[in-house]
Write a protein that binds this ligand. Sequence first.
Ligand code: ADP
Ligand code: MG
Length: 716
Amino acid sequence: MLQLNTPVNKVSGIGKKYQKKLENLNIKTVGDLLYYFPHRYDDFSEFKKIDQIKIGETITIQGRIVSLKTTQARYRRLTITEAYVEDDTGSIKVVWFNSPLPLQNLREGRAIRLSGKVSLNKQQEAFLSHPNFEFIPLRALQREQSETIIQVEEENYSCNTGILAPIYHETGGLNSFWFRRIIKNILSQVAVEEFIPQSILKSQKLTDLAKAFRYVHFPQSQKEISKARERFAFEKIFLIQLKSFLAKATWNQQKAPAIPFNEEFIKEFVQNLPFQLTNAQKKATWQIIQDLSKDKPMNRLLEGDVGTGKTVVSAIAALSVVNQLYQVALLAPTEVLAVQHYKSLRKFFRQLDFSIALLTRSESQLAPANQESAKISRPKLLKQLKRGRVDILIGTHAIIQKSVTFNNLGLVIIDEQHRFGVKQRAFLQENLGLENKKNNLTPHLLSMTATPIPRSLSLTMFGNLDLSIIDEFPKGRKKIITKIVPQAELAKVHRFIKEAIKNGRQAFVIFPLVNESSKMSEVKAATAEHQRLQKEIFPEFKLGLLHGKMKPKEKNKIMADFKNKKLDILISTSVVEVGVDVPNANIMLIEGAERFGLAQLHQFRGRVGRGEHQSYCFLSTSGSAPETTSRLRILEQTNDGFKIAQADLQLRGPGQFMGTAQSGLPDIAMESLSDLKTIEQARQEAQRLIHFDPQLKKFPRLKKELERLNIVTHWE
Ligand code: ADP
Ligand code: MG
């Protein structure tokens, strides 16, 4: 008997070779294989007599092979197999070219069942092209009613013909024929243990696990497919919710330094800011201040569109903590952003004598906020940090290392939190927290993101976080004027940019990569585009280039040059970070805009519109497909990141929106992420269960399943 956790090599038919191939797909156990779902089905369920078939139909017939011929085409490596198959109503030609099917087993006289599409050849003769086939017992043909044939023979041998045949992603040398055979075999001998509590299955009217596996791989109807999908979607979302409730419970058991609200001090700081906080900023700040005042660690996500002013909110949080003599760490996903935060925080705090430090792979600096920043060696900085002489440390991943030890860390701020991997976040929570060994305190955690996350997603993926949303831009911000530009009108935009530069402005040109996976071709494409624009379009201006392969130092230099107006136009690939602040740059041209998702385009666009000048974003498209244009129109119409994210989610589906590959979520669960109802039901059930049995003592199998769950959120 097979169990879900039986290693795949114990399954008959899977030897070393296939075990390796499966391992490449991350399939190690029988359970992993059963969770390898087909992405669609070929409907071969319609049985026909040969004299009834019509051109273009996909059907199943049964008959005897009456003739058989295999020929080799001379010039190309082409093997053609032709057969005639006959039933009691007529005969039809069957053709295969270079088929992976075991055609050598075909023999004249054998009874066969064929499923495929009926086509018409040049001679106006109907034929079956590339059908799947299975041999059937001769006696099956002797029965007169095709109905009975189906019933009798179905169960026994068929997994390629006469059914809704599952189609699997065929990668790494494994095809659907192989998966069907193996999975059919597994299903006939596996013992599947349910892990969702029966009461929940009942109240949600869900199919049990064993059945759901059968339904998803070998459904007998469309209805069974949807039953299976419902079950698996619910299952995943339910598990994710449970996990986050449990994580929250654990988190809440930890102790954090309570940071009392120093009203006078904070008020004075806020009054001295060069601007007035928006109401949304005030509200978020207040939520954070209240969290900090508790002796449980905060775990809050601050969500706000690019330019809504998250930095100052986090600065106020940092200030409160530093004022109580605890340290603060601020993490940015890139050097450029770390340096920018370092500068803005120093500016915000320039009246104060807190010491602020910068630590990245290539730089370390330290100085009180009210003095000039100064370079310091990395070891010296780390020593100071350990002694508690650094109040705020700003940096990149370079901070998340064992060698970096704090004295008494009170708050960790993570900017663009989704850009950090799960491992890094876990390390942060475990290690940074435990640095405060003396008093066993866990630091408060504030995550920030500029990606507006639709509610369905944030409920699912961030159920354990408290949420603050900044949904308001600072006053006086002018709306970015966005325009779709067909190829023919690109020259006009170029002229517009030239005019603006002559008036003292600057511009961004963003362009997509043909092949993002290959870094070398990225550099080449970026360099070529830079040269083309410099030579042919903007010879009279200074252009700079930013791409993902550059060293941080080079990037910083280009960014600084652009900020200091030494460059007029910054050309950049999509890998370059959002959040870069150059208020004088008020024009952005995005080439090949149709290749980006709306949410991503919106993020790019957030780099302009930061200054006093009216800003423009031009979306240049090479194609003219109407659906592309209608998609991009949404950006013309609104600047509201949440609306855009919601539209993006609906248009592209969660898979594209989030990047399925990294998420670890199966497609089925991904799809349901746009389905708020399933999410809320799963959430309620999870909540009820945890309330009733916080340790899941009565549900050991469920607990185990939770341990296996490894979901990664990562999207851009
Ligand atoms: P983001 O949320 O994208 O991180 P930032 O914090 O970088 O946004 O803020 C963008 C710009 O807006 C900065 O120059 C910041 O100083 C400014 N800013 C922030 N809050 C306000 C406000 N309430 N009024 C005016 N300008 C503000
Ligand atoms: Mg920011």
